[in-house]
Each structure stands twice: as structure tokens, then as C-alpha cells.
Design a protein around this ligand. Structure first.
Ligand code: AMP
Ligand code: MG
Length: 514
């Protein structure tokens, strides 16, 4: 194993002399898997690591000392200049359908899995450096990440976590002191990403495409043990695994739809087996409600448009089911049986997605019970929002005021180009609320717990990224991060974070930034 080199100053830093030592307590189950699963290699050191941010709360959850991470040794580890004790860095291999085309070999082209740690919740987490240098899977890429996309992933993944959406998280960001060449030269950075695991649909596809059923089985057993232990000891664990992934994805995509989140690049290599949101590239949040909205500059056909996300997810899950057919056949003892099981499992996506989305919409409207007509009530509101270009997030948030004791409709109705469209809809909504009864203040409070006031609005994300990349000014990043980390609270002084972009501030296109 190549060890990075250190200058004497590094080795004799006061932190080292005072005995400070970053302790990760790594335990690396992935590195115990067969060698076909990865290539072992260390991150490539960078010129001048500098800390941007350590996620104190997440560090504590991972039983890490945030001060240690901020030390010289800590920053060297976060930049890939030093390999932490117990880490076994590796690049994972996988395949994937990218915009519908199968690529039989992808893999970590710019990331290194350092290892796994067990958090205070007893769960095992991957700790991965993103932007950590070239690997055998880099293809034409430089293995690096630019500061802008690193901060975007930091902000948006942390916002999603605060919104209660399963997601990978950001433990830290550092700048490298090096430039990365994209359209122009940009400051480089490394993100430390934490995930329940980095198993993807594409990992299954990799072994399936090679007809390597032995390793496919190893992979499925590993996924069961790590994420679906309740399925591990059922009669048909592989069937249960497939059902489990489908169930988690159905719930996940429903959560995205309830928040106006557009992932932007739902390729099978970006579809997590654990059910987390992964790979924040050209992602964005809806402003004015437009179900057909596409932000990503490379998604020309609208494959991953907002309202196409459930379909894209089913398509990806069908690729997983396909890859798992040899395993399902072991359980059903026939190919036909395997196909029947796969189809039946996939058919469960839609009802599960719809149930989750409908329940979520009822919650957003302040309805605790389920009654006939609720679906139509919610769809009518969305139609009205679309016709009147009403801001997605604020409409639901201001409905909370309209549901409260003093029934204040002024805020929500002004979001509609034609406020009378809201008035017409609100008649039916009020009737439905009356029928349900209950305490108005309690209802408004419950609604405020599911309808965020602050999301990482695209123009504010852009502003924070520009300040950091162009002026080394990290204050807008810090401020936005702080604002999105408590998304359900209305806090004095943070009003601008709740406001939609002005027309001239609107972000129309986002970029992968890779
Ligand atoms: P993504 O679009 O980030 O999901 O990446 C798709 C594939 O391209 C993955 O295999 C990445 O590892 C690889 N990739 C993305 N950016 C780079 C880069 N700058 N250098 C090398 N590989 C990259
Ligand atoms: Mg990816």
C-alpha cells in the first residue's frame, strides 16, 4: 500500500505532539468481501488541505471528536493526505444504466471508501471521501471535485436529513489548494460523505452482467445482513430483499414528491439499496409548482422530470429485479417462478408509493383521517398551484396559517396568480376540515411540522457556492446551512431564506459539476 508522504512539519505538528489522535474505530466489512468487489487504493494527496466545515452533530453521532477532525491530522485525513488508523481505502466497482443506456463497468471514479464506523444509534455507516483522486474507474475523469458541487451536496444532503428524508450526509468539506479544470479552472475540494452504505442497483447489475452468480449471492447476502436483517431469516430472503428495496424506494420517492425535490440524475448507479437519497448532482427544488420541471442541463428528454421520478424509480427497480433473477430462481426453483416473483414485487411499488404520497398530502393539508374525496382535494390544489404558478413550499406552509384559529388566508392566496383560484379551492378544504373537527391550533402546529418554511432554494444555493468559489467567502454557505438545518421553524432574521427567487434570480438549469 502506498503511504502518503509528509513533511517534517506535519509529523511534528503541535496536535501530534500533544497526543491528539483522530480515532475512527473503523470496522470494515466491505473490505472483507471478495476482491472482485473493489480495488484497494489510497486517496491521492492534495497540495494544501484547508478545512471548510466539520459537521459537529454528525461527528458526534459517529462517535468522532469534532475537535480531532478539525486538527491538522484530522484535516489531512479529510483531504486524503493521510490514511486514518484502521481505514482500508478502496474504490468500489459497479455498473449502471445512465439515462437508459447500460454501462457494464462504472465504479468509484473519484471516491475512496475509507471504511465503516458504527454510530451511537448502533447503525453501521460508510465514510467515503469524494473528490479524492483518480482510480482505475475514473475513465476520462480527473478524480477530483470542484468546491461548488461539494458545497451543494453538503447543503442539500444536510437539508434533506433535517427534512426527515433518508439520505447520505456530509461529515466534512475541505479545499485542496488545487484547481480542477472544468469549463474553467475551479477550486478543488473533497467531501466526506457518510452513507448507510454505497450499495447501488448498479452493484447488482455489475455481477449480473458478468453472469457471476456466486458474487451476486455474496452481494445479496451482504445487503440483507447490512440493511434488511428482518428479511434475512425468512423463507425466501432474496425475494424479501427485493421487496424491501422496492418498499423503501417507494417511500423515498414519495417524500421527494411531497417536498418538491428533483434529483436530476436517477441512474441505476445512483439508486441506493438502503433506500437513501444518494448522489446530489444537478438536484434542485421546485419553486412555482410545475410537475414537468427539469433542471439538469443534461436531461434533455426530461427522463428525470419532477413527476417522472416515480416512473424512473420503478424502471430502476425493474433493473434490480432483472439482475436478481438468478437469485430469485434459487428460491422458486424455476426461471418462470423467478420472473413471476420479480413482477409481483415490482407491482407493489405503485400502491406503496401512492399510499405514502396520499398520506403525506393529507398531512400537508392538515387531515388526520382518511376520507373519500381527499385525493381529489389534494390534486385540485396542485392543479390550481400549477395553473397559477404558486410556490410549492410556501403554498403548503402558508396553508398552516389558513388552518389556524384566526384563519389567515392572505399569505397563501397572494401566491396564486389569480387568488380567486385559491379561494374556490379553499371552500372545499374548509368544509373538509370542519367535517374532521378537532383543535385548530393543534392542526396548524401539526401542519407546520410537515410543511417546511425553509428549503435550500436554488438561487440561495447558487449564491453560497459562488461566494465560496469566487471570493473564498464561506459566510453565505454557513448561513444557508444553518437556515436549512431547522427547516420547520420560522425564525426572526431568516425571512429571506423562505422567500421564492425573484424572476431575475430564478435558476433554470443545474449542472452535474463533475
Ligand atoms: P455521477 O454522475 O457523479 O453519479 O458519476 C457517474 C460516474 O462517473 C461514476 O462512476 C463516477 O465515479 C464517475 N465520475 C464522475 N466525475 C468524475 C471525475 N471527475 N473523475 C473521475 N470519475 C468521475
Ligand atoms: Mg453516481
Amino acid at each position: 500500500m502506498d503511504l502518503p508522504t509528509f513533511s517534517p512539519a506535519d509529523l511534528l505538528s503541535s496536535e501530534t505532539l500533544s497526543g491528539q489522535h483522530v480515532r475512527f474505530s473503523f470496522g470494515n466489512t466491505y473490505a472483507r468481501l471478495p476482491e472482485q468487489f473493489y480495488v484497494r487504493l489510497n486517496p491521492t494527496p492534495v497540495a494544501e488541505p484547508r478545512l471548510v466545515k466539520v459537521n459537529v452533530e454528525l461527528a458526534k453521532k459517529l462517535k468522532l471528536n469534532p475537535d480531532d477532525l478539525r486538527s491538522r491530522e484530522g484535516v489531512a485525513i479529510l483531504a486524503g493526505n493521510r490514511v486514518a488508523e484502521g481505514a482500508e481505502p478502496l474504490a468500489q466497482v459497479y455498473a449502471g444504466h445512465q439515462f437508459g443506456s447500460f454501462v457494464p463497468q462504472l465504479g468509484d471514479g473519484r471516491t475512496n471508501l475509507l471504511g465503516e464506523v458504527v454510530g451511537s444509534d448502533g447503525m453501521r455507516y460508510d465514510v467515503q471521501l469524494k473528490g479524492s483522486g483518480r482510480t482505475p474507474f475514473s475513465r476520462g475523469g480527473d478524480g477530483r471535485a470542484a468546491l461548488g458541487p461539494v458545497l451543494r451536496e453538503y447543503i442539500v444532503s444536510e437539508a434533506m436529513a433535517a427534512l426527515g428524508v433518508p439520505t447520505t450526509r456530509a461529515l466534512a468539506a475541505v479545499t485542496t489548494g488545487e484547481r480542477v479544470l472544468r469549463d474553467i479552472a475551479l477550486p478543488g475540494a473533497v467531501l466526506t460523505r457518510v452513507a448507510a452504505s454505497h450499495l447501488r442497483v448498479g452493484t447488482f447489475q455489475y455481477f449480473a452482467a458478468r453472469g457471476d452468480v456466486d458474487n451476486l449471492r455474496v452481494l445479496a447476502n451482504y445487503a440483507l445482513a447490512r440493511h434488511y436483517c428482518e428479511a434475512e431469516h425468512t423463507e425466501r430472503p432474496y425475494h424479501a430483499l427485493l421487496q424491501g428495496v422496492i418498499a423503501r424506494q417507494a417511500k423515498l420517492i414519495a417524500q421527494w414528491m411531497l417536498l418538491g425535490f428533483v434529483h436530476g440524475v436517477m441512474n441505476t448507479d445512483n439508486t441506493s439499496i438502503s433506500g437513501e437519497t444518494i448522489d446530489y448532482g444537478p438536484c434542485a427544488f421546485l419553486e412555482a409548482y410545475d410537475p414537468a420541471k427539469v433542471f439538469s442541463s443534461i436531461d434533455r428528454g426530461g427522463r428525470y422530470a419532477f413527476d417522472n421520478q416515480p416512473h424512473a424509480a420503478v424502471w430502476n427497480l425493474a433493473r434490480l429485479a432483472e439482475a436478481m433473477l438468478p437469485l430469485l430462481a434459487l428460491e422458486t426453483r424455476s426461471e418462470e417462478g423467478a420472473i413471476a416473483v420479480a413482477n409481483e414485487s415490482l407491482a407493489a411499488f405503485e400502491p406503496q408509493f401512492k399510499t405514502a404520497r396520499s398520506a403525506g398530502l393529507r398531512g400537508k393539508l392538515g387531515l388526520l383521517t382518511e376520507r373519500e374525496g381527499d385525493e381529489t382535494l389534494a390534486e385540485d390544489l396542485l392543479q390550481g398551484m400549477e395553473d397559477n404558478e404558486a410556490d410549492f413550499t410556501l403554498t403548503f406552509r402558508r396553508l398552516c396559517d389558513a388552518a389556524a384559529e384566526n384563519k389567515d388566508d392572505t399569505g397563501v392566496r397572494e401566491l396564486f396568480a389569480d387568488p380567486t383560484a385559491y379561494d374556490r379551492w379553499a371552500v372545499g378544504w374548509r368544509r373538509r376540515l370542519e367535517a374532521e373537527g378537532g383543535d385548530r391550533q393543534a392542526r396548524a402546529a401539526a401542519m407546520r411540522g410537515v410543511n417546511p418554511v425553509i428549503i435550500p432554494r436554488n438561487h440561495l444555493v447558487g449564491e453560497a457556492l459562488r461566494a465560496a468559489s469566487e471570493r473564498q467567502d464561506f459566510q453565505p454557505f454557513e448561513d444557508l446551512l444553518e437556515a436549512v438545518s431547522r427547516p420547520f421553524e420560522e425564525r426572526a432574521g431568516l425571512e429571506r431564506y423562505a422567500m421564492p427567487a425573484r424572476p431575475e434570480e430564478l435558476v433554470h438549469a443545474t449542472f452535474c459539476g463533475t
